[in-house]
Write a protein that binds this ligand. Structure first.
Ligand code: TXA
Ligand code: MG
Length: 305
């Protein structure tokens, strides 16, 4: 069953039932070695699936739960191997959405819930996105309208002395650094080992994505001409005054000039470009502060083929 959270729509199943968990991997065509987040509606539930609670972890959940913070902690035996691909850690979060919380409570068990997209596609921020990927593969989607935040939760590994941010998200890198001295995981090799999900080309539209520096109209124009001369269909996704005003002969999607709004509209915009059959998306770079870091991380990953 798919359901809304404050970040993106999730595809839920009983986290304590291996068969149910495996059916989620199947519906999404998700690689089995990419572990799932266990969603809870209470701290007691969180303590039932994860161990290693110290003052720091209690402080984090007091401050951010329910909300877009996922903690990677030691896994308790009650969590089946299928959830974590046998790893000894488990990711836990309490979503900040009344429908999600009610569903978990009514189920009486914690729910695994990956984003409810086909693996590799942009995450769904509306029930329509869920259906466009998973219709016929899932039974129900609870529709509560578009999600508020638009990018996935921040994933923080708190198993070591120093917390490590494995996936930037709605709760910013700066803030977690200030609160608990968290650092951003180094990219590539080590990250792939610690958070298997980060290995995959994710969040990606069918079109290829190219990043253009904020306000750099000259580079934008040059790139537009190059692609047009090679016969490609190009769309620009822009937010700055300069790019709005630029004289370029291609369609443009204008986002609100604000990092939160850009995050909220990011995935629906990428899907929109696909439905217009774009070959290339020229994406205007976003300042890497607050949630802008998560936006650029998703976009950079989408540029990889
Ligand atoms: O905002 C969200 O977190 C959404 C909503 C639906 O709650 N869920 C979501 O789940 O984004 P998913 O499965 O699409 O992404 C889970 C991420 C992956 O990058 C995965 O590798 C990482 O969390 N992860 C899960 N368990 C982990 C673990 N034990 N150790 C390290 N990384 C883990
Ligand atoms: Mg996902």
């Amino acid at each position: 069953m798919a359901f809304p959270t404050e970040t993106v729509y999730g595809l839920g199943a009983n986290a304590l039932d291996s068969q149910a968990v495996l059916s989620i991997f199947k519906a999404k065509s998700r690689p089995a070695d990419n572990p799932l987040i266990v969603h809870v509606s209470s701290r007691e539930d969180a303590e039932r699936v994860a161990s290693g609670w110290r003052n720091r972890e209690r402080l984090l959940v007091t401050k951010y739960w329910p909300g877009p913070l996922t903690l990677v902690m030691s896994r308790r035996n009650i969590v089946p191997d299928a959830v974590t691909f046998g790893m000894d850690t488990v990711a836990v979060r309490m979503p900040n959405h009344p429908v999600a919380l009610a569903l978990i409570r009514q189920s009486g068990v914690p729910l695994v819930a990956p984003s409810a997209n086909s693996s590799g596609k942009p995450s769904p921020t509306s029930a329509e996105h869920v259906l466009s990927d998973l219709q016929g593969k899932i039974d129900v989607v609870l529709d509560a309208g578009p999600t508020e935040i638009g990018v996935e939760s921040t994933v923080v590994d708190v198993t070591a002395e120093r917390p490590v941010i494995l996936r930037p998200g709605a709760i910013s890198v700066e803030e977690l650094e200030r609160e608990v001295g968290a650092t951003l995981a180094p990219p590539h090799a080590e990250l792939a080992r610690r958070s298997p999900g980060m290995r995959y080309r994710h969040y990606a539209p069918a079109a290829s994505v190219e990043i253009v520096k904020e306000g750099d109209v000259e580079t934008l124009s040059r790139s537009v001409l190059k692609h047009l001369s090679e016969g490609r269909r190009v769309i620009a996704v822009v937010h700055s005054e300069e790019f709005r005003a630029a004289d370029i002969p291609i369609p443009r999607i204008v986002l609100e000039n604000d990092n939160r709004a850009i995050a909220r509209d990011l995935y629906s915009t990428l899907r929109d470009c696909d439905s217009r059959n774009a070959d290339v998306i020229l994406f205007e770079e976003v300042r890497e502060e607050g949630i802008g870091y998560a936006v650029m991380e998703r976009i950079r990953r989408a540029t990889r083929r």
